[in-house]
Design a protein around this ligand. Structure first.
Ligand code: UFG
Length: 328
């Protein structure tokens, strides 16, 4: 059985859907601080917080058949992490340490970890492959890189096997329209643009127009949330087959500037996105584009939804059907 920590969140809930489709036994552990009960659907659920070891014990005691853990329960806002680093280190790093210690005490040594492109920081070259030097520009990236280091050390000391999946920019939604991206406050580019186009915000800000990129705005590699979930499934199969620890970059290998994303959004939704151009947001990397050839070669991972227009269209369909988000 898989313990899905943070399964009520954006990426976690898409993962749950895939696990249900695959009839893969699983139970969710989530504090519901940012997750949504509605997103859990029929999955088993334990409410608890990673920062509280007793909550973790309760979950593992209730489901002794857990043999593998996936972790999605992180704070994810780059900007907020610069303003409140302690919040990020406490949950994203110390919380995961609690989880690893609990797993170790029970002899559970298989872990799939949601890492991030933010571990790279300022790129020395793009696309970024796995061996590119690491240098986070913000506490969020540091909080995740520290866990990567902990996982290396646990492997050496305890033969603990992990797969770190370094997401580039997760976006889109399941096309069946039930699941979507609903953060409070919402800070990610595509959902923010959609909310602005719907008049749910007076305008949106473009953070920085003076980067060393073709149009001066930041470049990112947007990857469909279902393609991320699929990579997790491959990681589960690898670990269950006795595979060794791995780290993979996950993106489509194509960069889009903020301006390009907004133009594409306007084209897909047929509405204008009201926007203002403002200063840079502290902690932002100018350009993050993935080289995902390693996971493609090793596991045959192939994005099913690589097209940015389709990614935005799926996000838009969900937002139109859920103007108030999940409402819980
Ligand atoms: N942006 C704006 N205005 C907004 C929101 C975002 O201009 O209102 C810009 C950002 O400055 C950035 C780009 O749009 O250049 C993308 O920003 P997001 O906040 O959507 O995403 P980030 O790139 O900051 O971070 C995301 C995830 C992280 C992940 C990271 C890896 O939130 O979890 O991608 O690149 F680590």
């Amino acid at each position: 059985m898989i313990l899905v920590v943070g399964g009520a969140g954006y990426i976690g809930s898409h993962m749950l859907k895939l696990l249900r489709d695959q009839q893969e036994p699983h139970v969710v552990f989530d504090s519901l601080e940012n997750g949504h009960r509605t997103a859990l659907q029929s999955s088993l659920f334990v409410q608890g917080d990673l920062r509280n070891p007793d909550d973790l014990k309760r979950a593992f005691d209730a489901y002794p058949e857990i043999d593998l853990v996936m972790h999605f329960a992180a704070y994810i806002s780059v900007g907020e992490s610069v303003r409140e680093p302690g919040k990020y280190y406490n949950n994203n790093t110390a919380g995961v340490l609690n989880l690893l210690e609990e797993m170790k005490s029970r002899g559970i040594g298989k872990f799939v970890f949601s890492s991030t492109a933010a571990v790279f920081g300022n790129p020395q070259y793009v696309p970024l492959d796995e061996v590119h030097p690491k240098g986070p520009l913000n506490p969020y990236g540091h909080s995740k890189l520290m866990v990567e280091q902990m996982l290396d050390d646990y492997d050496v000391a305890h033969s603990f096997k992990s797969v770190c999946l370094r997401y580039f920019n997760a976006a889109g939604a399941d096309p069946d329209g039930v699941l979507g991206e609903d953060h409070e406050p919402e800070e990610h580019l595509i959902p923010v643009a959609l909310l602005a186009a719907l008049g749910r915000r007076p305008t949106m800000k473009v953070f920085g127009t003076d980067y060393d990129t073709p149009d001066g705005t930041c470049v990112r590699d947007y990857i469909h949330v279902l393609d991320l979930a699929q990579a997790h499934l491959l990681a589960v199969r690898h670990l269950r087959a006795g595979g060794d620890s791995r780290k993979y970059n996950l993106g489509n290998g194509e960069g889009f500037s903020v301006k390009q994303v907004l133009e594409t959004t306007e084209k897909v939704i047929g509405r204008e996105v009201p926007k203002e151009y403002g200063p840079r947001r502290p902690g932002d990397s100018p350009k993050l584009i993935a080289d995902s050839s390693r996971i493609r070669q090793d596991w045959g991972w192939q994005p099913a939804y690589p097209d940015l227009e389709q990614i935005i269209d799926h996000a838009w369909k969900w937002r139109l059907a859920h103007l108030e988000g999940f409402g819980d």
